[in-house]
Each structure stands twice: as structure tokens, then as C-alpha cells.
Design a protein around this ligand. Structure first.
Ligand code: PLP
Length: 394
């Protein structure tokens, strides 16, 4: 913080001014320190820097690079966290959290991003780390799993791809009763719409590749929490070489300054389009936490300040009708990501969740006719017209 008013200012201001991003020449945007290593006058100073771990410049892979530290300060402002640790991808952040604080066991709650799911199903057990995947309707089973000694509950809300909403205060309370931690992947919501630590979460995770980067042009991740909580994650990042390149960190820093206005527009357009879609005769159901018809609406209203830019649409019919709808869209790019300026569409049953049996997909609430939309920043009237022309063709 650079002045006494800083703590009273809103996050939208602090993410622009809060971190020490300026160089001695007064540049309005921080310089990119591409250096891999940083020199010291005397051996004793280098030895002290290595010993304390506090030097802003030491070795880039350690995260001790001024450009990486500056974007971490901005990210911490966004989640009102003591510390942020920036990573080379969202999966790097999630993996480091599981290895750093989840070795007694990781319980996944609700649907998780496919990569996270695979980590829990395959790689963590290979390392001898017990894991369990609980459906979003299995909240009553969580205490039994935690009583077995699982140390970490990992969840996403709203979840990917079904937009289910979980009560974070309840999950945090349950985890803490058993001495476990709650980690929340906040990628879909963004810190603008939801701050999981306000509801008791210990760790917040983001794929910064999505809304935080916001332009589909960088891959990064972040973990946030207390300084003590982040220390083990820093250790894994260092040894696994998971720090991002300084160029990526600078690009992310640039993007964070517009996060609030971007997300406000994503929220507004998605809310409008959710209503339009829900009223269309070729749409069976719309999953959007902002719709009163959504089962998660009341929890979302309490826990979120905006409902995000992601929509799930169940097309009337089956997988073929859903594919025809997707293929008829002109503005929405058919690509497996989210959170960019451009609108994107994916069909989970034939892309991200194609490895699961239809019965397993149904059990997880991922129906064959589900289409996931990431609403971008195009003019909302153009998006509405595109959705309508594609639906009208069915
Ligand atoms: N978490 C969520 C909710 C995601 O959707 C994704 C990717 O789609 C990830 C994590 C992984 O992010 P990354 O691709 O940056 O590793």
C-alpha cells in the first residue's frame, strides 16, 4: 500500500494502484524484468538473500523476480488475501495446493474441471495420496470422509460445466470441524463476483488463463491465502519449476486492471441472454445462478455479488440437436475454454466429458444435450441474434 487511504479504497482501484508496479522513471505500467538471475555486490548480501527468501530479485524460477511479485500483489488485492502465489497454469496452482496441503487426502466436492478430476482420480493416488470424489448432492457424506483424516476439501462454485452452486460457509464449517482446509477454485465466479475467503475458505485457486487474463492469450494460475498457508505451495512451485515467465506475468498484470469492467459486462450480458434462452421453445433448461429457476439461486444471491458470464443450456432434444445448435452459431467460437473477450461454446458430452459413460454423465448432471456458453464482450444484441438464429434452425 502506498498511502493511508489505500485500505478504504475499493478493489477496482487497488488492483490498478495498490501494488508496487512503477519503475524509478515513473512508467505508468511496471517494467518486465526478463532476467533469470539477479546480482549482488558482495557474497554476504547474496547469502543473506538466499537465507531470508525475501529479496525481490534473486532467481526467477523461485518467483523472486519483481514482475512476478508485482502481479502477486495485484492478485492478493483482488481476493483480499494476505498472499498470492502465481503459477504457469491453473493446473499448476491446483497441483501445488494438493501437494502442499492435501497429502493426508483430498476430497473433491461436486463437479470439478476435467483436469482436476483426473488429478484426483489418477495422479494423486499414484503418489499414495488418498482421494475421494463426492457428488454435489453428497454433502451429508462429507463428515464421514473427513473423519477418515482427509485434510483438504476441494470444490468449484459455480462448477464446471453444470453451473451448480455450493454453500461455501457450510463447506468451510464442515471442513474446519475436522481440522481440514477448504480450497475453492474460483475461476468461473472471478474475485469480482465472489470472494471465497469471506465465507471461510482457506485457499482460493484460479485458472488465470480464463477471466483474469481475459483475452485468450496467456496461460497462468494463482493460489491465494495466508502467508503461512502459501509457504508450502511456494516450495512445490520452486521445485517443480511452475513459475510463469515474466512476460506472461506482465500481460496478466495488464489484464487485471480491466477485470472489473470486463466482468461487469460479462455479468450483464449473460444475465440478459439467460432470460432470452429460458424463454425459447427449443431450450429445455438454462443453468445460470442468476435465474430464479436455478436450484442454486438463493445460495448464489447470498454468496455472490454477480452471477458471472457462464451459462449452461440444455437444448430440447438430444446430443444431435445440441451439435446442430453449436454448429449453427456464427459468433461463438467452438473452443474448449472460457472467460475471454470472445464468446465461446462447448458441448461437454462430445468434448471435455466424452470419456465418461452416458450414465456417469447423467449422474453428474451433465446431460447429453448440455451446451456450455462463455458469454464474451461483443454487443449483447448481436449475441442474442446469433443464439436466436441458431435455435430457430432446430
Ligand atoms: N479450473 C477450471 C474451473 C478450469 O475451467 C480450468 C481450465 O479450463 C482449469 C482450472 C485449469 O486451468 P489451466 O488450463 O490454466 O491449467
Amino acid at each position: 500500500m502506498r498511502d493511508s487511504n489505500a485500505t478504504r479504497r475499493s478493489r477496482a482501484t487497488r488492483v490498478i494502484h495498490g501494488a508496487d508496479l512503477r519503475d524509478p522513471h515513473g512508467a505508468a505500467h511496471g517494467p518486465i524484468y526478463t532476467a533469470t538471475t539477479f546480482a549482488f555486490e558482495r557474497t554476504a548480501q547474496l547469502a543473506a538473500a538466499v537465507g531470508s527468501g525475501e529479496a525481490r530479485g534473486l532467481y526467477t524460477r523461485y518467483g523472486q523476480n519483481p514482475t512476478l511479485l508485482a502481479v502477486e500483489e495485484q492478485l492478493a488485492e483482488l481476493e483480499d488475501a494476505e498472499e498470492a502465489v502465481v503459477f504457469s497454469s491453473g493446473m499448476a496452482a491446483i497441483t501445488a495446493a494438493c501437494l502442499g496441503v492435501g497429502r493426508a487426502g483430498v476430497a473433491g466436492f461436486g463437479n470439478l474441471y476435467g483436469g482436476t478430476q483426473e488429478l484426483l482420480e489418477r495422479q494423486l493416488p499414484q503418489l499414495g495420496i488418498p482421494t475421494r470424489l463426492l457428488g454435489s448432492d453428497a454433502v451429508a457424506e462429507l463428515p464421514d470422509v473427513l473423519a477418515e483424516g482427509f485434510g483438504l476439501v476441494l470444490t468449484e462454485t459455480p462448477s464446471n460445466p453444470d453451473l451448480a452452486v455450493h454453500d461455501l460457509e457450510h463447506l468451510a464449517g464442515t471442513a474446519h470441524r475436522f481440522g481440514a482446509l477448504l480450497a475453492v477454485d474460483n475461476t468461473f465466479a472471478t474475485p469480482v463476483n465472489q470472494q471465497p475467503m469471506k465465507w471461510g475458505a482457506d485457499i482460493v485457486l484460479h485458472s488465470a488463463t480464463k477471466y483474469l487474463g481475459g483475452h485468450s492469450d496467456l496461460t497462468a494460475g494463482v493460489a491465494l491465502g495466508t502467508a503461512q498457508g502459501m509457504a508450502p505451495l511456494r516450495g512445490w512451485r520452486k521445485q517443480f519449476g511452475q513459475a510463469p515467465a515474466p512476460e506472461t506475468a506482465a500481460l496478466l498484470s495488464r489484464s487485471l486492471k480491466t477485470l472489473f469492467i470486463r466482468v461487469e459486462r460479462h455479468n450483464a450480458s449473460a444475465a440478459q441472454l439467460a432470460e432470452v434462452l429460458e424463454a425459447h421453445p427449443h431450450v429445455a433448461r438454462v443453468h445460470y445462478p442468476g435465474l430464479p429457476s436455478s436450484p442454486g439461486h438463493s445460495v448464489a444471491t447470498r454468496q455472490m455479488t454477480g452471477f458471472g458470464g457462464m451459462l449452461g443450456v440444455e437444448i430440447d432434444g438430444g446430443v444431435d440437436e445440441a451439435t446442430r445448435f453449436v454448429d449453427a452459431l456464427e459468433l461463438f467460437l467452438n473452443a474448449p475454454s472460457l472467460g475471454g473477450v470472445e464468446s465461446l461454446v462447448t458441448q461437454p458430452a462430445v468434448t471435455s466429458h466424452t470419456d465418461l459413460s452416458p450414465a456417469e454423465r447423467e449422474r453428474r448432471g451433465i446431460r447429453e444435450q448440455l451446451v456450455r456458453l462463455s458469454i464474451g464482450l461483443e454487443d449483447v444484441d448481436d449475441l442474442r441474434a446469433d443464439l436466436k438464429q441458431a435455435l430457430d434452425k432446430l
